[in-house]
Each structure stands twice: as C-alpha cells, then as structure tokens.
Design a binder for this molecule. Structure first.
Ligand code: GLU
Length: 447
C-alpha cells in the first residue's frame, strides 16, 4: 500500500479504434500497480466523441482485455455518454460560483455565434509530482480561460475526466506521457470543484523501430492487440513483451508471468525515455511460450489456424496431427506459422522429377536404384517400429556407402516435394510406414 490510502486506478479507453498495443501497455501497468497494492480498477469508456466512438470498438477493448487477462474489477463500464446530467451539475455549480462562465463566441453554421462555457483561469503556477518524472511545473497563464464545455449538455473531455476521476475516487492516474500537457488544465478543474489531486505517473510512449510514435496512421493494423491475437500470439507473450517496454526488473531476467510481474513491478524502475516496440522481441517471447505448451494442448490451439481441409484431416487422424505438432512446435514463432511448410503432411507432394536428383550427382538411373533400395530397407520395419531412430538405423549404412546426398536427398524430396524440410527420417517417422512407402514408389514411377 502507498500510505494508508485506498488505491484506485482507472482503465479509461476511448472506443474510437481497436485496442492499441500502447494503450494495452498502459492498462497493464495500471493493472500491475493496482493488484500489487490490493487496489481497485474502475473501467470507464470515454465515449464522448459520438462520431468516432463505436460499439464494435468497445467490444474489441473488452474482448482483448479478457484475452490478455488484464481485467478491471467489473466489465460493466461507466460510459461518459450516459453521464451528461452529472457533468451538467458540476458545470452549473462552477458557473454559480463564478469559476466558469458562458462566453458568446463559438461560430456555428450560417455565421451565427453560439455560446461556450469557459473556465475562469486563476492564472497560477501548478506543480505536480509525477512518480516517473518527478516534479513538473506549469504556468497556467498561457492556457487562458479555456473551454470546458460547448454547452451544459456537452462537456469537453477535460471536465468529464476530472469529474469522473473524482467521483470514482481515483487515487492514481497512470497514463501515457502524452497526457502530461492535459494535467495543468485538469488540475485547475480539480481545484475548482474541490477534488483532491490524484497521484500521477506518466508512462513513456511506445516508439516504433524508427523512433517515431507508434501510431495507427503510420503503422496500420500492426498497432492493435487484435492483429496479434489473430496472428496467433499468446497472451502470456504479449503481456511479458509489453511489460518490458519501458520497465525492467533491474537485472537480466526476461521471462515473467503476469503473477510475477504483479510482484516485481515497480514504478521507480519505469524509464523516462520512450520504449521501442520491437516485433522480433515479441516473436522471441512468443516462441518461448509456445514451446512451454504441452503438445496435446497446443495441437488443439493450432487446429484453428489450419485451412479447413487440413483441419478436417487432422481431426480425422489425431495421432498423426499430434506427431506433426510435436515436430513443428520448435519451429513456429506464432500459431499462424503452422500453415507454412507442412502442406506435404496433408497432401501428396507435387514436384518436377528433376528435383529428385542430387545436384552433385544428378544421375537418373542411380537415383531410381537408391529409392528402390530405400523402399526395400524401410519395408522391413514393422508399423510399430516405424520411427525416426529405427528408420535412420535402417537406411544409414546404405546412405553412407552410396553417398548421403545421393540417397537422402531424393528420399526427402520424395516425401516432402520441398527443397527444405526436416530430415527424411523425421518426416518418414511422422508420415508412417504406408505413406512413406507410397510416396517413395510414386517418386520411382516418376523417373
Ligand atoms: N481516454 C483517454 C485515452 O484513451 C485516456 C486519457 C487519460 O488516461 O486521462 O487515451
């Protein structure tokens, strides 16, 4: 606990787009801080911008928070769009206390002028302490009498945020450092309505590799959590990755579960400078977490990333699918990678017969002879012992004598049709006796 005060943080996304990775990181830090201090997390949808706020975006935010496992105390959101009467009450009070006033100057259509509500700026210095940046000082004079509402029914963002944070008892505002410039206005409004000043922590922005701000406009869908979820990144990997952008444990450790982060996270190890969003790093994390998943469980997860016809075949022959997953588990960095390079397990390989020839000794007749010999050798194995080790044992001496490339290259191409794949013993072990022999025979008949 920080002092004896009850810790309350907020998740206040604006549903004007898919949940942004940077925003997810901000929410994660709020989550870690709240959980660490046994605090509360209030969920608020800042949907005052009616044009840009969409229900599908609210849903996307909720879905992704659930997926990531960074959940507020309740998903029943407080929606700013439903709180007009509350903001109005505060506006009226401020006007009656001469802290705000109507000014006639907003230009509306047809050249008419309309009223706006302005805050009566006391023109003073505001110093607030930021947990990450220390004391920050502002002279508010330059803000003049800024607008806080377009009408009693239409508060602007600064007023709504301050009222909400006050009414919800928010003790800590942890947000991106693009919020720093909002703080002086918000502090003035707090003082005017008699709200205590919350404690601030402004997090460094997440930057793209080229050190520019990671933005939807510039970096497209690759900034949204949904993009990574659909591509088959794991929530554990995304959390671990995000946590280490702008924060570090002070030592070399890199792998942290959410529970470990709750224990280890500390605001004073959050850096001031922007953190870099490095997708290779995310890939690395994701690979680490994929390899930790048991094959049975991973096999089920991967099914969703297969084309329909492969999925059907995998379900029909599940032991076969498990063998494929066991093999591919070490190769993939995200679940959607599974579709690449495994087609030969589901469909007969297609290739030109020239591909069967080993480049150092491209002899048709000999190649045929080698393949025939391999068929003979592996046919002697029973279905039961048809595994990688036994197949290797059986073929090895022959391959060694005739030249490994001369024998193993055509064997591998016959099984996979590809110029790169795992070695032929591994592949044959997964394919099983029948398919292996049938494919070798197909190759022989091509020649
Ligand atoms: N609704 C704002 C956003 O999504 C949050 C601003 C704040 O934390 O005060 O960026």
């Amino acid at each position: 606990m920080v002092n004896d005060q009850k810790i309350v943080v907020r998740f206040p996304p604006s549903p004007t787009g898919l949940l942004h990775m940077g925003n997810a990181r901000t929410l994660l830090f709020n989550y870690l801080f709240a959980k660490q201090n046994k605090g509360q997390i209030v969920f608020r949808l800042e949907d005052t911008d009616k044009e840009r706020s969409k229900e599908e975006y609210s849903q996307d935010i909720i879905d992704n928070l659930k997926w990531l496992g960074i959940e507020p105390d309740s998903f029943v959101a407080i929606r700013q769009s439903e709180r007009g009467a509350i903001y109005k009450k505060y506006l009226e009070k401020m006007i009656s206390e001469d802290k705000a006033y109507f000014s006639k100057e907003r230009v509306v259509e047809k050249g008419q002028r309309d009223q706006v509500i302005r805050f009566k700026n006391p023109n003073k210095k505001i110093v607030f302490n930021d947990l990450i940046r220390g004391d920050i000082e502002f002279d508010t004079t330059e803000l003049k009498d800024f607008v806080i509402a377009k009408s009693l029914e239409e508060p602007i963002y600064h007023l709504a945020v301050v009222v909400d944070d006050y009414e919800m008892g928010v003790s800590h505002i942890i947000r991106g450092d693009d919020g720093i410039s909002n703080t002086p206005r918000q502090s003035l409004i707090q003082e005017a309505i008699g709200a205590p000043r919350p404690i601030y922590a402004h997090l460094p922005l997440i930057l793209a590799q080229d050190k520019t701000k990671l933005s939807k406009r510039k970096h497209g869908e690759k900034v949204s959590v949904t993009f990574y979820r659909n591509a088959g990144y794991l929530p554990e990997a995304v959390i671990n990755f995000l946590a280490l952008i702008g924060w570090n444990p002070g030592d070399e450790r890199e792998i942290f579960s959410k529970e470990e982060l709750v224990k280890e996270f500390s605001m004073d190890k959050v850096q001031k400078g922007g953190g870099i969003f490095n997708v290779e790093r995310l890939d690395w994390y994701n690979g680490q977490y994929i390899r930790k998943i048991e094959t049975e469980k991973l096999a089920k997860m991967l099914l969703e990333h297969l084309p329909e016809d492969w999925k059907k075949k995998a379900i029909e022959n599940y032991p076969y699918w498990l063998k494929i997953v066991d093999l591919e588990k070490n190769r993939i960095t995200k679940l959607s990678d599974i579709k690449e390079g495994i087609g030969y397990f589901f469909n007969e390989p297609e290739y030109a017969k020239e591909m069967l020839l080993w480049k150092k000794e491209p002899n048709i007749e000999k190649t045929k002879k080698h393949l025939q010999e391999v068929v003979k050798l592996v046919s002697a194995l029973s279905e039961n012992e048809f595994n990688q080790e036994k197949i290797k044992e059986t073929v090895w001496n022959y391959a060694d004598k005739e030249g490994k490339g001369n024998v193993l290259w055509p064997m591998r191409v016959a099984l996979t049709g590809m110029d790169k794949s795992p070695d032929p013993f591994i592949v044959a072990g997964v394919l099983g006796k029948n398919k292996t022999i049938q494919r070798l025979n197909n190759a022989i008949s091509k020649i």
